[in-house]
Design a binder for this molecule. Structure first.
Ligand SMILES: *[C@@H]1O[C@H](CO)[C@@H](O)[C@H](O)[C@H]1NC(C)=O
Ligand SMILES: *[C@@H]1O[C@H](CO)[C@@H](O)[C@H](O)[C@H]1NC(C)=O
Length: 385
């Protein structure tokens, strides 16, 4: 029941985000790391020193992000999720970090993260308490925004648990709008800028299909307006097959979704690292044209998606949604890609996932046959010639 309410709220935030972007604040999707899906609400640091939500977890993650190519690949936010707080506010009503797990406080942690050339994200909730039962921001929006700003926090994940009504969420969004640089001046001078980026909702492999359907639908409804829903990459964890990981990465690129990983960067398999740091996929995700992709066709549990890129190029994804059986071929005509423009009169096709491969040059009336593993995706870059 509580989970269902949360989803409604998440959808409402997504709709509100469209308005914000239409105001000309065009940014490429933010990239970073978030603790929730991998580390959840571990608070017992004596029993699990490596895994509890603590200063050490975030400094170690920042170290790895700076040292092992993550920062260079574009991942810049180190994000704290739920469970960072002490169970009560301080004597002046301010949120405070749990003193045993964050002995240096959030300000010192932000300084450390900044010293690595990275940015710090923090978590709060629009309701009276967070999803895990820590103090929520209801009735304290202004104070909490000031507190986060005084700590040098760069990004806020504003969650929707215990929010009661959609009206309340709108109240929360006002605060977020008021966190953008332009109106940040309303807060005290010299404070660090909170970005008006909302990180919300994370898809696991099971909710993936529902997420895609919703995205395909909302795209039709919004007629290719900027629309960004945030998702979370759980690649590198235990729950995803290789095919599912490839599909996640490819589709987040097609959707221009913010790339927030939630995994243990200290213990990554080389193939997961290759996928998450793949320059060609990230370049599609971060394409400066900033257009979100959309579904072109759905046929026999295959889906064909495309995303217009700068330089007249297109990213094209072929998903095989069937979970059983073996690899199957999907054959499609190039004539209609990009509203007939992508291969007119010819195009070169580069495969990016699941492996890098040059498909060569095709003309307008050609068709392409791609073999896709169950639950997998083939991601292509099509450049008109
Ligand atoms: C938070 O608690 C106060 C006091 O009990 C109550 O008036 C308010 O409606 C609550 N807010 C939400 C969103 O439930
Ligand atoms: C897919 O098509 C290619 C090229 O026509 C062929 O070599 C391959 O065997 C086909 N794969 C399947 C699973 O049918």
């Amino acid at each position: 029941m509580a989970a269902a309410v949360r989803w409604v709220l998440v959808a409402a935030v997504a709709a509100a985000a469209v308005v914000a972007l239409d105001n000309g604040v065009a940014r490429t999707p933010p990239m970073g790391w978030l603790h929730w899906e991998r580390f959840l609400c571990g608070t017992d640091c004596a029993a699990e020193p490596d895994r509890c939500v603590s200063e050490r977890l975030f400094t170690e993650m920042a170290d790895v992000m700076a040292a092992e190519g993550w920062k260079e690949a574009g991942y810049e936010f180190v994000c704290i999720d739920d469970c960072w707080m002490a169970p009560t506010r301080d004597e002046r009503g301010r949120l405070q970090a749990d003193p045993r797990r964050f002995p240096g406080g959030i300000r010192a942690l932000a300084d450390y993260v900044h010293s690595k050339g990275l940015k710090l994200g923090i978590y709060s909730d629009v309701g009276n308490s967070t999803c895990a039962g820590f103090p929520g921001s209801y009735g304290h929006y202004e104070l909490d925004a000031q507190t986060f700003a005084s700590w040098g926090v760069d990004l806020l994940k504003f969650d929707g648990c215990n929010a009661g009504s959609l009206g309340l969420l709108a109240e929360g969004m006002d605060l977020l709008t008021c966190s953008v640089p332009e109106c940040k001046a309303a807060l005290s001078p010299g404070q660090h800028v909170l970005l008006a980026q909302v990180v919300f909702g994370c898809s696991d492999s099971r909710s993936f299909q529902a997420w895609l359907e919703k995205a395909a639908f909302s795209h039709q409804r919004l007629r290719r307006a900027e629309h960004r829903s945030t998702a979370c990459l759980v690649i590198g964890n235990f729950g995803l097959s290789w095919e599912q990981a490839v599909t996640q990465m490819a589709m987040w690129a097609i959707m221009a979704a913010p790339l927030f990983m939630s995994n243990d960067l200290r213990r990554m398999k080389p193939e997961a690292k290759w996928l998450l740091q793949n320059k060609e996929v990230i370049a599609i995700n971060q394409d400066p044209l900033g257009k979100q992709g959309y579904r072109v066709a759905k046929d026999k549990s295959f889906e064909l998606w495309e995303r217009p890129l700068s330089d007249r190029a297109y990213a094209v994804a072929v998903l095989n949604q069937q979970e059983i059986g073996g690899p199957r071929n999907f054959t499609f005509s190039l004539t209609f890609l990009g509203n007939g423009l992508a291969c007119n009169p010819a195009c070169s096709i580069q495969q990016i996932l699941p492996t890098s491969r040059d498909w060569g040059v095709y003309n307008w009336v050609s068709s392409l046959s791609v073999e896709v593993n169950p639950t997998g995706t083939v991601l292509l870059r099509v450049v008109p010639l």
